[in-house]
Design a binder for this molecule. Structure first.
Ligand code: NDP
Length: 326
């Protein structure tokens, strides 16, 4: 038996809570992992609260991330005792996930724990941090370099935003951090932000082309914020768009793309090919100072995950939430 969060659904609606499950109920997979630590991402909070259509089959153990130790394996790449990390692949959406003491998954979905991170540190990073690195890699691929000019990060006090701010600053970029929480200015400056901007500057409909300000941007917001960000990107700059914290819509015009050669680079972490994942984790090991992880992380007990999901969606959680299980 093992502890897990279970989401169930019937005619009266969806419920989520802590429960004990029999290992015989674990889904198919060639590697069984004793989970040491999981996390709570924006997507997990949508799944647990039912506020977004994340869960595709019920009952579901949520949790798109975990780090743990292989207990048994029929996969050539893994042996009992190996320390592994999982991010995405539909785990916590279509396949039972990481908010549980045990998980059974396809070995092909796992990556080895990246030195020098501990399992807890890997989960402080989690999908949010690995996605932040995919965004940074996209900016680099499109020629945005530390000397190119200021780079904007939206939702900067959230999970993706905190890691993106820290990584970009360590790489030498001048980071302008957008937040709806001005009280987090010192936190963001501590991560390396050079400038703090009020989210309200980006939430009203703006002109198709605004003043050219940013060489690049990492956007977690989508919606009107993303439209305004695109309108203020400098000639041939790039926006890495990964989120919808401000909405699914994109009320923009093509003007920034056809008149300024702006690139909108879409970022998906879920089905991202293995080679890119391994590269992102190698880059995190090189370009993220592990010393900042404790300060951006709030550990919560498995039993507090449901309540924390509400707080996270209300924008009241700073940085990352981890769920230690070991
Ligand atoms: P968090 O909840 O940790 O952070 C989101 C942040 O967005 C908040 O902290 C807040 O930052 C800001 N925000 C909240 N509401 C709004 C709003 N209405 N308009 C603009 N900004 C807002 O979530 P994560 O960092 O984990 O994820 C951020 C987004 O990225 C989510 O939409 C998530 O689904 C997406 N995502 C996508 C991935 C992919 O593969 N494409 C992978 C991981 C995440 P502040 O208080 O500083 O303003």
């Amino acid at each position: 038996m093992f502890d897990a969060i279970l989401i169930e659904k019937d005619e009266s609606g969806q419920t989520a809570g802590l429960t004990r499950l029999d290992e015989a109920r674990l889904p198919e997979g060639d590697v069984t992992v004793r989970v040491a630590c999981s996390t709570l991402n924006y997507k997990d909070a949508l799944a647990i609260t039912g506020k977004g259509p994340v869960v595709r089959s019920f009952p579901m153990v949520p949790g798109i991330d975990f780090a743990g130790v292989v207990e048994s394996s029929d996969h050539d790449g893994y042996r009992p005792g190996d320390r592994v990390v999982l991010n995405g692949w539909g785990v916590g959406e279509t396949h039972w996930g990481g908010l549980a003491e045990k998980a059974r998954v396809k070995g092909d979905w796992l990556v080895p724990l990246q030195a020098p991170f501990t399992m807890a540190q890997a989960m402080s990073i989690g999908t949010a941090g690995y996605t932040a690195m995919l965004c940074v890699m996209a900016l680099e691929r499109h020629g945005v370099a530390p000397g190119s000019g200021p780079v904007l990060v939206t939702g900067a006090a959230g999970g993706v935003g905190s890691v993106a701010t820290a990584v970009l600053a360590k790489l030498g970029y001048e980071v302008a951090a957008v937040t709806g929480r001005p009280e987090q200015a010192d936190y963001l400056k501590g991560l390396g932000a050079a400038e703090i901007l009020d989210r309200a500057e980006f939430t009203e409909p703006g002109r198709p082309l605004a003043r050219e300000r940013w060489a690049g941007a990492v956007d977690v917001a989508g919606g009107q914020v993303l439209a305004n960000v695109c309108a203020s990107i400098r000639y041939r700059g790039t926006v890495a768009a990964c989120g919808l914290a401000g909405g699914m819509s994109f009320p923009a015009t093509v003007a920034p793309f056809i008149l300024r050669g702006v690139t909108l680079a879409g970022i998906d972490s879920v089905m991202c090919p293995r080679e890119d994942r391994l590269e992102a984790w190698r880059r995190l090991a090189r370009d993220l100072d592990p010393a900042i992880l404790e300060g951006i992380t709030e550990p919560v007990a498995l039993g507090d995950v449901v309540e924390t999901s509400e707080r996270l969606l209300a924008g009241q959680v700073r940085g990352r939430v981890t769920v230690p299980l070991g």
